[in-house]
Structures are given as C-alpha cells and as structure tokens.
Design a protein around this ligand. Sequence first.
Ligand SMILES: [Cu+2]
Length: 201
Amino acid sequence: MASPKGLAAMAWVALLLECAIAATITVGAPSGGWDLSTDLSAWAASQTFSVGDTLVFQYGSTHDVLEVTKANYDACQTSSPIGTYNNGNTVITLSTTGKRFFICGVPGHCSSGMKLEVDVSGASPPSTSPPATPPPASSPTAPSASPPTTSSPAPPTTPATPSPPTTRSAPPPPNSAPVGLKAPATATAGVLFWLLMLLAI
Ligand SMILES: [Cu+2]
C-alpha cells in the first residue's frame, strides 16, 4: 500500500521525467533533412515545437545554419545572424516560447527554400498536457490515482473520528432547533407585546 505522500512523490517523479524527456526533433525527419530538396515549410507545419524540445540540424559541408531575425529570414539576409553553425550537427535548445528563424547561409539556398521558422509553444504537445493539468490535484494520473483515492477513504474508518462527529452533530439538531425556536419566539412575543401596547395607547 503506497501512502498518499508516496503517491504524490511518484506523480512528481513522473512529471519530472516527462519534462526531462522533452522531444529531440531532427529537422526534416524522417523523410527529409536540412537540405534543398526538403519542403521545410510543410515539415515545420507538421511538427509541434515545445519549450524544452531540442532541434537538431544534420547536414553536409555544403550547408550551414544561421539563426536570424524575422526580417532577415523574410529577406534571406545572411549578414549579422544571431547565431552561426556549420559543424554538420547543430543542436538548438528551444528554451523559450515564440518564433525562431533559421536559414542556410550558403548563397541561393535560403531563397531556394532552405529556411525554417519554428513556433515554440509553452506546453508540450499531447503527452505533457495531461500531466501538466494534474500537478495541483491528485487525480492527474488516472491509472495510479484511482488506487490511492480508494485507499485514502479506507483510513477514515480506523480513526473513527468521522463517526463521532456525525453522532454529535445528530443530537445538536433536536436541541438547537428548540433553542433556536425559543429565542425567536420570545423576541416575537416581545414585539407583539409592544405592538399591542402601542395599539392600546
Ligand atoms: Cu544550404
């Protein structure tokens, strides 16, 4: 039997693992790559980029990777890039949300379509979204959570604390009802008395 604390810890570990397992996305994969023949625009549209994911450009010596501003991306302007990479295996960590722009710096390649715009979203796609919602509540992990919830209700019976309250609360109603009625009744009687007195006057 796992204690509620143990289960919570397990849930957190699962969450952390989920975060740590952020996706590694190879540009153009699986059927293409960072090259002139891949429709990188269509490829990017088919992907989901999330914070924590890693973007990998794999290419030969006839290409490179420049990270550029949107303006330079639109214009295929290779001067003053934000970053320049040419080792054939460029790993870019998507650490923040927002758009990032990459082009190939080899003359003519960007204008031939060798450019990539990625829109990094805050939450991971489908896999991360379910865990993300659970953190606050214990119900997040449906499978593991159900056993815990059933076990937690069981403990109450042992303490017997719940049953006493109910018995105590039960008696009060009868007593409190009469008392409550008495108070209002006397008050009403007082009001009636004074009304009668006023009328009499
Ligand atoms: Cu190129």
